[in-house]
Design a protein around this ligand. Structure first.
Ligand SMILES: [Zn+2]
Length: 249
């Protein structure tokens, strides 16, 4: 992968440093169910945020930022996160950016940063931290207003990400209801298949990482329906959603 190198001046302290960014992205394979991209885009996550070497400000662009960030980065919690030796630097950078977003009321951006930090913790085999990070992402996604145009904008995709966060964090009992919420919307066929796959994985007590491609290829013998099934008029997923009974063999 080719990279650009530019000089950037920190908005908060005026220190100049070098910022590196990929010149291009490519996708070799399938994204995970929670939208984590495949390589080579996956490796580019480390360049998504910049960190000022002087004041520790973390942001997608150090030259930009709210004045309020200047007071947040001096707080004990931010400084402790910045230098947390138990975590990879990239996870700390993402969690610091999340803290700024959370404190300034941008809960959705904070939630996405938590999810990305969870990916880094997955790679570092820090399962407990990854779980806590996903639980924080769930809390923040649930606090964030659902505005038109928010990524991911496709119907049912918000529920897919939430379902995967809950499943990966071990909150299996929550997954089916979230998936039904997604299936009750006018979601595209590929999203419906992924939601049905999430239900299947939760019913199998599977908390591992899985890809969207798997959702398209899997065949199920059965799905365990939530206790509330049918109460709100839900209909069972069809063969097109994942081939539940119709494709059982
Ligand atoms: Zn700075």
């Amino acid at each position: 992968m080719a990279y650009h190198s530019t000089r950037v001046v920190c908005k908060l302290c005026g220190t100049e440093s070098t910022a590196i960014s990929p010149a291009s992205y490519s996708y070799l394979g399938s994204p995970d169910l929670d939208t984590r991209p495949p390589e080579t885009s996956r490796s580019a996550l480390r360049y998504w945020l910049q960190r000022c070497p002087q004041c520790g400000y973390c942001a997608p662009d150090l030259a930009q930022g709210l004045t309020l960030a200047a007071s947040i980065i001096t707080q004990r919690q931010y400084q402790a996160q910045l230098s947390n030796r138990a975590l990879p630097d990239l996870a700390n950078t993402l969690l610091c950016w999340s803290l700024i977003q959370e404190r300034t009321g941008n809960y959705r951006a904070a939630a996405w940063a938590y999810l990305r930090a969870a990916w880094v913790c997955d790679d570092a085999l820090l399962a407990d931290v990854a779980q806590r990070t996903r639980l924080n992402a769930i809390l923040l996604f649930n606090q964030a207003p659902r505005l038109p145009g928010n990524y991911p904008s496709e119907a049912g995709t918000h529920e897919l990400v939430l379902a995967d966060l809950n499943r990966r964090a071990g909150r299996l009992a929550q997954v089916a209801d979230i998936c039904w919420q997604g299936l009750s919307k006018d979601a595209p066929a590929e999203v419906r298949r992924a939601l049905a796959f999430e239900m299947h994985l939760a019913a199998c007590h599977d908390t591992a990482c899985h890809t969207l491609d798997e959702a398209y290829q899997r065949r199920y013998r059965s799905i365990v329906y939530p206790a509330s099934f049918g109460a709100a008029g839900q209909s069972a997923p069809t063969a097109a959603d994942g081939g539940i009974e119709a494709l059982a063999s």
